[in-house]
Design a protein around this ligand. Structure first.
Ligand SMILES: Cc1ncc(COP(=O)(O)O)c(C=O)c1O
Length: 313
């Protein structure tokens, strides 16, 4: 599994079998980052979904399930996500300078930002339950720059997108970024429960046995996952484009096959993208003018640019 990470990450990363569900992976990752940093806060994004256990639900922005459950995991701070179709800060993507990430940057660097440095930032590269909303390239790249500069581990929740579901092994590859922790589940076990976290060994400072349980690596799920992968791989290899690959450069439009908008709209291949399903959000991801837009410069990290010559898909 580590071998599927992009070169450079696979040598540094470790794997932890954390329990059967996606929420288990979320809880494990947060605990790992809290232990490694000695910090308590976690930043999550509006529109996120990370699961229904106590910590994972606290990190989920959906309000309804929380209404009747008091005493959520404390220290969670929600920031706006780059949902350009319905901008949370009511700006236009053409002129906004990705102010959503600028707000995170100023919150984390301002002495009056309001909360102590977090143990982690957790993000989905494509918010799944939140409406199939891909992060914009500028947002993702600047998020990585900021968290790296400030020494905050970046957890990428690939429970829904990972293991080939976006065409690459991991959705973050499309953005050309390297997270510190990657969460995988759904596609791993081919319908059987399996979930893991992949993480930078620099975070591995917890004691042996710090996070154990009875049902961790589920061998039936792994066997099913391997078999399903082998079959899919054989089928896809026969088709042009082949199976999942490692994206070698950042695309201007990292998720061109994915609609960003109405909640009923799910993963959509290119053919669907042109259909009426896409109409409500036409121009958000599909516009070549927009997708050719280069990302703007960050005030704290003025060297940050992310221009790319060509799309990869
Ligand atoms: C991005 C993401 N994270 C976490 C979870 C939680 O996974 P589980 O339902 O297996 O606990 C989900 C489930 O849909 C998800 O989509």
């Amino acid at each position: 599994m580590l071998g599927k990470l992009p070169p450079g990450m696979r040598e540094r990363f470790k794997i932890h079998f954390c329990g059967p569900t996606g929420a288990d992976a979320v809880e494990t990752a947060v605990k790992l980052c809290k232990t490694a940093t000695g910090r308590a806060n976690v930043v999550a994004f509006q529109g996120s979904y990370h699961g229904c256990t106590a910590g994972a639900m606290a990190l989920t922005s959906l309000v309804a399930p929380k209404l009747r459950v008091g005493n959520q995991m404390p220290g969670v701070h929600f920031m706006p996500f780059s949902y350009c179709a319905r901008c949370p800060i009511r700006l236009s993507p053409d002129t906004c300078d990705t102010n959503c990430i600028a707000l995170l940057e100023s919150t984390l660097t301002d002495s009056h930002g309001g909360f102590e440095p977090p143990a982690a930032v957790i993000v989905e590269m494509v918010q799944g339950e939140g409406g199939t909303v891909p992060a914009t390239l500028d947002f993702a790249v600047r998020l990585r720059e900021i968290t790296r500069f400030l020494g905050i581990p970046l957890i990428v929740d690939e429970i829904q997108t990972g293991w080939g579901r976006t065409g690459d092994w991991f959705a973050f590859e499309r953005y050309g970024i390297e997270p510190d922790v990657v969460l995988l589940s759904k596609a791993l076990g081919a319908g059987f429960p399996a979930s893991v976290i992949l993480f930078d060994q620099a975070l591995d400072v917890w004691d042996p046995g710090a996070h154990v349980g009875t049902f961790r690596g589920n061998q039936l799920a792994f066997a099913a996952g391997l078999e399903s992968l082998a079959r899919k791989w054989r089928r896809r290899r026969r088709r042009p484009g082949g199976g999942p690959r490692h994206t070698v450069c950042r695309s201007h439009d990292p998720m061109p096959h994915c609609c960003a908008g109405p909640r009923w709209c799910s993963w959509a291949p290119r053919t669907l993208a042109a259909s009426s399903m896409r109409r409500p959000v036409a121009g958000i991801l599909g516009s070549s003018a927009r997708s050719r837009r280069t990302c703007s410069r960050s005030r704290t990290f003025p060297e940050t640019t992310c221009t790319r010559a060509s799309a990869t898909s």
